[in-house]
Write a protein that binds this ligand. Structure first.
Ligand code: SF4
Length: 73
């Protein structure tokens, strides 16, 4: 995804059967290559894995931008 994958949005490379369409290909993003899966992130089923991802996304969400101060005058 050219500007990164927004939280809560499935990657466009995810196939209907939840596989990576880029797996094993040089176009696969470096961040995906560097991820080392661990049992704690997979859980015992898909729902537990999705809950882990959602938690990670919430904890790494960029801070909301403050509105610009109104101009004095
Ligand atoms: S491994 Fe990376 S490119 Fe592949 S589906 Fe997951 S997020 Fe997308």
């Amino acid at each position: 995804m050219p500007h990164g994958k927004p939280a809560g949005i499935p990657c466009i490379q995810l196939t209907p059967d939840y596989r990576c369409a880029l797996f094993g290909r040089p176009e696969r993003p470096a961040v995906c290559l560097s991820l080392r899966p661990h049992a704690s992130m997979c859980g015992s089923d898909r729902l537990e894995a999705l809950a882990w991802i959602e938690s990670l996304e919430q904890h790494t969400r960029p801070a909301a931008k403050e509105p610009a101060p109104a101009a004095a005058g």
